[in-house]
Design a protein around this ligand. Structure first.
Ligand code: 9MR
Length: 469
């Protein structure tokens, strides 16, 4: 690995010098290598330009040398993967997964249930709850199933909280919420888990970096995570997008507080879309001090990231200022680690400095060795399930449950001992509970609808979504 890395480094130096830039990093050290030694992932997106073969040659060389986790900017979203009903297009996503496997990169899947970038045809079913549930289930099952064992982590639900000062679910302009209600979130996690039981499953949102306080988005999300965990909804991580500006000085410490709150719940916090932009009008007038300030903020985020043991991924929403949504869509600019000529900025030095200031021996990793050091077969695209082997959910394969009429049948229970059956509605309220169940039980007291059934027998448990008709 070290040798391959050195060769890439030389190639990279040559590319940069060839393009006429000075490279401050002749040393054989990359932020990827330092993050890896610390059991962490540092990453960025593959821009849509990369998927369309319309990006500068140095992009890929820097990308695979400096980062070890990757996300598709747009190509795994609903409109890209299911442009027509039940007709899936995995071509671009496959291209990325292949690239990631060839270069030892972890893959984040982004995003399954989101109100934005939904294919137009879904709007034909506006307000039709059962149909929308079926559409979302089919989408999640087929997309997650297609990349089972190859995508380490999914943003299962993206941006489902509104922008009010008194945070609540986003109730307008969301085909999912308006048609289904908040239970679409719970269902999405259950379906994603069923399609790939080893994948990490995240709730991802912006403005979480504004801190924990009454009515804030971050506090609302923590409350939901508590509810999900209590009800065995299989969430393992939260993503804080963290699109910020240079003036947002308190945000790193807010992210630290959020990480600590989630650690209590045994949930990982990932920084998923970091950029630290300047106002667009300042382009061309930025001083050394401005870039140093940006670097300082990047460093503070990296410090927090390395110091909080339940943080795993540090992902920046873009590699070079030459390709960034900030300029096109945000009235901001120059928020990334590399400038428009692919020259590393002071922000890059700061990230590197933070990594060096946190020796590997002192940084804890939230990941088991099977994830940090996947077997060689992964490099040829044959990871199987081992790359993601997460011990957190241990649904017993041979335990299963089904309904016939109003009778719930359980198969695969160890003989002699009885099981406990709990049934929750999609908001997590316990609606039925019975102890000492042998292999079937009559459930007549619950109205029709979708529920989550949990069967427990000693340490064996099964959590499954069911429809009672
Ligand atoms: O970077 C993405 C840009 O190319 C798209 O036009 C935009 C459309 O919604 O989505 C951008 O990515 C977003 C991400 O998927 C979710 N969080 C906000 C990101 C920036 O808008």
């Amino acid at each position: 690995m070290k040798k391959i890395h050195s060769l890439s480094r030389i190639a990279l130096d040559a590319a940069i010098i060839g393009a006429g830039f000075m490279n401050a990093y002749a040393a054989d050290e990359t932020i990827r290598e330092l993050a890896k030694e610390r059991g962490r992932f540092i990453g960025t997106i593959l821009n849509s330009e990369w998927f369309n073969d319309a990006i500068e040659p140095e992009f890929e060389e820097i990308h695979k040398t400096q980062f070890n986790v990757v996300v598709a900017e747009n190509e795994m979203k609903f409109d890209a993967t299911e442009p027509k009903e039940d007709e899936f297009n995995f071509e671009k996503g496959d291209k990325m997964v292949k690239y990631a496997q060839a270069n030892g990169l972890r893959v984040r899947g982004h995003a399954l249930a989101w109100h934005s970038q939904v294919a137009n045809w879904v709007n034909n079913y506006k307000g039709q709850k059962e149909k929308l549930l079926a559409v979302l289930k089919n989408h999640i099952t087929k997309v997650v199933g297609h990349w089972k064992g190859q995508i380490a982590e999914w943003d299962v639900v993206n941006e489902a909280v509104n922008d009010d000062y008194n945070a609540d679910w986003r109730s307008t302009n969301s085909v999912w919420y308006e048609g289904i209600g908040a239970e679409f979130l719970d269902s999405a996690f259950v379906w994603a888990h069923a399609a790939d039981p080893d994948a990490e499953l995240c709730y991802n949102d912006y403005s979480l970096e504004w801190g924990l306080r009454e009515g804030s988005k971050a506090s609302f999300v923590v409350e939901q995570v508590k509810r999900w965990k209590a009800n065995n909804i299989p969430i393992t991580c939260v993503g804080t997008q963290t699109h910020i500006e240079i003036a947002h000085e308190t945000t790193p410490q807010n992210v630290r507080a959020l990480a600590k709150a989630l650690a209590e719940l045994n949930v990982t916090l990932n920084i998923t879309e970091l950029d630290i932009g300047f106002p667009k009008g300042s382009a061309g007038n930025l001083t050394k001090a401005d870039y140093a300030k940006q670097g300082h903020l990047y460093r503070q985020f990296m410090d927090v990231f390395l110091e909080e043991p339940n943080m795993g991924e540090f992902v920046i929403w873009g590699l070079t200022d030459a390709h960034s949504w900030l300029d096109d869509q945000q009235g901001k600019t120059e928020g990334l680690l590399y400038d428009k000529q692919y020259k590393p900025k002071p922000a890059y030095d700061s990230v590197m400095a933070s990594l060096k200031a946190h020796p590997a021996s002192e940084v804890k990793s939230p990941y088991p060795d099977s994830i940090l050091n996947p077997p060689d077969s992964c490099k040829t695209g044959n990871c199987g399930d081992s790359i993601n082997a997460l011990p957190r959910f241990n649904n017993k394969q041979n335990l299963s449950v089904h309904f016939a009429g109003r009778t719930l049948y359980i198969t695969g229970l160890a003989s002699k001992t009885a099981a406990k059956v709990d049934i929750f509605d999609m908001q997590g309220h316990l609606v039925f509970s019975a102890k000492d169940v042998k292999d079937n039980i009559e459930i007549s007291s619950i109205p029709e609808g979708l529920y989550v059934v949990q069967i427990r027998q000693g340490v064996t448990r099964l959590t499954k979504q069911i429809a009672i008709k």
